[in-house]
Design a protein around this ligand. Structure first.
Ligand code: THU
Length: 144
């Protein structure tokens, strides 16, 4: 039963990430990314990458979703789905989150509970914990 509901939640999040990907503003890289962040209370907050002519102000889809949620007062999260690939309607690769986004996730997610779901080609996906993605990290515990 739990497996079934997990599968359903994952599919729903990937679908939301694919929808968010359509909003990506990526005129320079032409690499479109969408993210869907599941909050502890069951809301889904989406994000897309937002590029900039000056390049470095570019924000990844994952951080857009996190910053939207946190700026609305939400700080507890269960999972994020990421869907990224070069321009085109379908995914041709897995877009594992960049190091900066992993660090942002580590600020708000429990390393062994928060799940990162990366959508791949033809409906495939992979799941990892935050600890697997960012082992031995510097985080809130170092300062608290
Ligand atoms: N990007 C993301 O949005 N998320 C990732 O996990 C990897 C990279 C964006 C940033 C930039 O707009 C484009 O993809 C190419 O790096």
């Amino acid at each position: 039963m739990k497996e079934e509901s997990n599968h359903h939640t994952i599919q729903m999040l990937i679908q939301a990430a694919m929808e968010a990907r359509k909003k990506a503003y990526a005129p320079y890289s032409h690499y479109l990314v969408g993210a869907a962040l599941l909050t502890a209370d069951g809301q889904v907050v989406t994000g897309c990458n937002i590029e900039n002519a000056a390049y470095t102000p570019t924000n990844c889809a994952e951080r857009t979703a996190f910053f939207k949620a946190v700026s609305e007062g939400v700080r507890e999260f269960r999972a994020i789905a990421v869907a990224g690939s070069p321009e085109g309607d379908t995914l041709t690769q897995y877009a594992w989150p960049c190091g900066v986004c992993r660090q942002v996730m580590a600020e708000f997610g429990n390393p062994d509970e928060f799940r990162v779901i990366v959508a791949g080609p033809a409906g495939a996906y992979r799941v990892a914990t935050l600890r697997e993605m960012l082992p031995e990290s510097f985080g809130p515990k170092n300062l608290g």
